[in-house]
Design a protein around this ligand. Structure first.
Ligand code: URA
Length: 262
């Protein structure tokens, strides 16, 4: 700790007097120094050490979702895990989590885009106007969610303003989607609309290119099933003239289910 300026000044003055041949009274100098030292702030007994706060580790929500999904051995447990999951940025603004509806273990699984306003209010997928059309489309191939169809989405929380879910929002849901497929083992999967079709097939092609043919979806755990993209019922409500395309795709679904014993 450097001496205070006044001590320095006394010492410098004493040396200068000595150089000039002036007799210096040592007792007086010591008395001055004592006074100056008393004015100096006491040095701390222990020098302060900077406190290092541990950096908070960024949560890897996809990894969290993978672990949570892998721990589930039933559809009910998986639904509870999805509802408890805090890793989607959409959850805070959503009213409810919409996981699935219909018959777990049915040979046909429909995967949509995500909840709209009615689904958000009720916490059940495809219960608004698009869901009602979906029910009529399924009925045309003798499918009913109460008996032989299972309905879910690639995202479980309604995006604000009904925008499309973003890639990261879909990524945190994917382990749950995969686990749902592995637990229910559908024979055929319908991807309803461009969002689930593009996301599940990791394709940049639009729904008009992807529909009309069969693809294969393989989960991270290795379960594979035919995936048939169809036009989204909400789109068909706006463009009923495209219903003939949807009808052709549904016939393909029916045919594949027949071939696969579903
Ligand atoms: N549209 C979807 O894709 N899913 C729903 O659950 C409702 C509307």
């Amino acid at each position: 700790m450097p001496a205070p300026a006044s001590i320095d000044a006394i010492q410098a003055l004493t040396e200068w007097w000595g150089d000039m041949g002036v007799e210096v009274d040592d007792a007086t100098v010591q008395a001055y120094l004592k006074v100056a030292e008393g004015a100096a702030p006491a040095a701390p007994a222990v020098s302060p050490t900077p406190v290092r706060r541990p950096r908070r580790k960024k949560v890897d929500w996809v990894e969290e979702a993978r672990n949570a999904a892998a721990a589930c051995d039933s559809v009910e447990a998986l639904k509870a895990a999805i509802e408890a999951f805090e890793g989607s940025p959409l959850k805070a603004a959503a009213e409810k989590t919409a996981v699935y509806d219909g018959t777990p273990g049915a040979s046909l699984m429909v995967i949509g885009e995500g909840p709209g306003p009615e689904e958000d209010r009720r916490g059940v997928p495809f219960v608004g106007p698009a869901g009602q059309l979906l029910d009529r489309m399924l009925a045309a191939i003798q499918r009913d969610r109460k008996e032989n169809a299972f309905i879910t989405n690639v995202n479980y929380w309604r995006p604000p303003g009904n925008r499309n879910p973003e890639a990261e929002e879909l990524a945190v849901c994917r382990p749950f989607v995969d686990r749902m497929i592995e637990l229910t083992q559908p024979k055929v999967i319908i991807a309803a609309g461009g969002v689930p079709a593009k996301s599940l097939l990791a394709s940049s092609d639009g729904i008009m290119r992807l529909r009309g043919t069969e693809h294969v979806y393989k989960t991270a755990g290795g379960f594979a099933a035919p995936l048939i993209p169809i036009l989204h019922p909400a789109y068909l409500l706006r463009r009923p003239q495209d219903k003939s395309r949807a009808w052709r795709d549904l016939l393909l679904v029916e045919q594949r289910l027949g071939e696969l014993g579903g």
